[in-house]
Design a protein around this ligand. Structure first.
Ligand code: ZN
Length: 297
C-alpha cells in the first residue's frame, strides 16, 4: 500500500499560498444542524418497544444473505449469534424498489456512524425516514483511539467488481453478490437482472473509520459479541436484505473465504399499536419537483 501517494512529484503543488494559514483557519459549520431536524418521539418509541412481541425470526447464513419484510410500525433487530460478524443492510420501500436507503444523505445528516435515535433516510425524490434506530447494545463504544466507530454509513459493500480489479480473481460471495442473490430469490429473477437495486449499505456491527495520516477507509475487529443487537422501528413498509459479510468480524480480510464467519439473526416484533397512535408516519418529501424549469410560467 502506498501511503504517500499524495506526496508524489507532479501530482499536486507543494508550495502553499501566503495566506494558507488563514484559509485553513476557517471555522467548520455543521452542514445539517441536528437542532433544525424533525426529531422522532423517542419516548413514544421506547414505550412501544416495551409492549412488542416477537412474531418472526430468520437466520442469515454466513457468507450469504436473506430478505425480510417489516410492516410500518413493527420493529426489527439484527442480532449477533455464535460469534463476531458484520452485516450489510439494504432497505427498500416494500411497494416500490425505486425508493431505497440513501447512505450518503444519512451520513450527511447524522454523521459517519449511526446509533439510537438516528434515522435511515430514503433517496430522492422521497427523502424520508425509512426506519429509526430504537436500540443499540453497542452504543457504549463511541469512537476509539483510532477514530473507529460502529455501524458506519461511510463504506459501501464488498463486491466482486472491485475484488477483480484489485486482486484479479472472481469471488461470488461478496455482500453485493449475496444481496443480489437474495433479492433475486425474493423477486424470482436472476441476480444480474436485479443487482442494480442493491445499494450502499448500513454496515451493521462493523468498526470503521478513516486513518489519521492518509484519511483512507479502514476496518478493525468488530467489538460485537453474541447477544448484541441493533434494533429499528419501521417508518414505512419495508423490504430488507441482510448479508453476513465474508469478512466475518472484518478484522483483516474480506472478499474471500479466509475469514472466520458466523450467521446473523433477524427478529421482527409487533408492538401494541395503541401506543403508537399519535406517531407521525413519514411521507415522501413535499418538494414540488419542478427544479426551476418553467419558472414564472
Ligand atoms: Zn461484505
Amino acid at each position: 500500500m502506498d501511503h504517500n501517494r499524495r506526496d508524489e512529484p507532479g501530482m499536486s503543488p507543494k508550495i502553499a499560498p501566503a495566506d494558507a494559514a488563514s484559509r485553513r483557519a476557517a471555522k467548520p459549520a455543521i452542514v445539517y444542524p441536528v437542532g433544525t431536524m424533525p426529531r422522532p418521539d423517542l419516548a413514544a418509541l421506547e414505550q412501544a418497544r416495551h409492549t412488542m412481541v416477537k412474531t418472526h425470526e430468520l437466520i442469515v447464513p454466513a457468507r450469504d444473505a436473506r430478505t425480510f419484510r417489516v410492516a410500518r410500525g413493527q420493529f426489527f433487530r439484527i442480532v449477533s449469534i455464535e460469534g463476531p460478524q458484520v452485516g450489510d443492510l439494504n432497505l427498500w420501500n416494500a411497494d416500490d424498489l425505486s425508493e431505497r436507503f440513501f447512505s450518503g444523505k444519512t451520513r450527511a445528516i447524522h454523521g459517519t456512524h449511526v446509533g439510537a435515535g438516528d434515522r435511515l433516510w430514503s433517496n430522492m425524490p422521497y427523502l424520508r425516514p425509512m426506519a429509526t434506530i430504537s436500540h443499540d447494545t453497542l452504543g457504549w463504544y463511541g469512537f476509539d483511539e483510532d477514530g473507529g466507530g460502529i455501524h458506519d454509513v461511510i463504506g459501501t459493500r464488498c463486491d466482486p467488481y472491485t475484488n477483480l480489479m484489485l486482486n484479479g480473481g472472481s469471488y461470488d460471495f461478496c455482500c453485493h453478490s449475496n444481496l443480489s442473490r437474495a433479492l433475486a430469490a425474493e423477486l424470482k429473477m436472476e441476480p444480474r437482472a436485479v443487482e442494480h437495486h442493491v445499494h450502499d449499505v448500513l454496515n451493521v456491527f462493523m468498526c470503521t473509520g478513516f486513518t489519521k495520516d492518509t484519511h483512507q477507509y479502514f476496518m478493525k475487529a468488530s467489538p460485537v459479541r453474541p447477544g448484541d443487537f441493533i434494533e429499528f422501528s419501521a417508518e414505512i413498509d419495508l423490504l430488507g436484505a441482510l448479508s453476513a459479510c465474508p469478512g466475518g468480524d472484518c478484522s483483516a480480510t474480506h472478499s474471500s473465504d479466509a475469514a472466520e464467519c458466523h450467521p446473523l439473526k433477524i427478529e421482527i416484533f409487533e408492538p401494541d399499536r395503541a401506543v403508537l397512535k399519535g406517531w407521525t408516519w413519514s411521507s415522501p418529501s413535499a418538494y414540488h419537483r419542478r427544479h426551476g424549469a418553467h419558472a414564472g410560467s
